[in-house]
Write a protein that binds this ligand. Sequence first.
Ligand SMILES: C[S@@+](CC[C@H](N)C(=O)[O-])C[C@H]1O[C@@H](n2cnc3c(N)ncnc32)[C@H](O)[C@@H]1O
Length: 263
Amino acid sequence: MPIKEGDYVLIVGDGVRSVIKVARGSRISTIRGVINADDIINQEYGTLIKTNLGYDLAVLRPLITDILLERADRVTQVIYPKDAAQIIINAGIGPGSRVAEAGVGSGFMTAMLAYYVRPNGRVYGYDKREDAISIARKNLEMLGLLDWVELKLRDVISDGFLERDLDAVILDMGDPWNAIPRATEALRFDGVLVVYVPTVNQVIKVLRAMSDYGYVDVRMFDVMVREWKTEPDEVRPQTWVNAHTGYILIGRRTLRPIAQPTK
Ligand SMILES: C[S@@+](CC[C@H](N)C(=O)[O-])C[C@H]1O[C@@H](n2cnc3c(N)ncnc32)[C@H](O)[C@@H]1O
């Protein structure tokens, strides 16, 4: 399908990498010169366009992660794709999954969940902050993923989740241990609880609560991705790495009655 006005495109080459929304009549400036948006419209994705300085840049269909990282607004810390990928795989989330998430924050994790539960799954996203819900809605709309998401302005610790028998619940909030009783009542028996926290101090409280509420097969890991330079004449790790984002804790609900913690 050819490129249309209003599409997002990824422009790549010679040190250029940016996601642009194509607007008729506009000029796209890069460090390798300028291209006219009109020269992109009606071209096939994958086409090469010459800048006014003579560089060939590729015009590609952006991946969901390209749009998220480059174009989405942020009002909170977000879950990055490297962590989202591990959460999705290890929680067994796929087409048809019904998943709740608190908090939604800027909607980064929500977007990745929505992308993978399509076409017949559903994501129930909760946040107690109105600004977070509205930025998340805007980001999901931009990505075309809102059809798979229900966003709810609600405090999950005091008011709980509205769904039951969920396949997975994901908690990314300051005090997730306080939301574990509510997450547990929303999960199906043997459903997957995922908790994402940045500090070890939080990890300890989460592990205690998971044990109290009868979770089994509890695992914890963090994710290091080391990017490498891919210049054929200089293949080596990049100089700077992101050393830490967060810890991922995953466990399975059991039939233990939720009103009776073990300790
Ligand atoms: C770090 S952000 C979540 C980021 C999000 N996962 C993302 O990838 O964009 C934490 C969010 O949790 C929300 N939150 C904290 N406590 C909450 C509660 N009790 N109920 C609902 N949302 C809560 C906050 O308002 C905040 O927006």
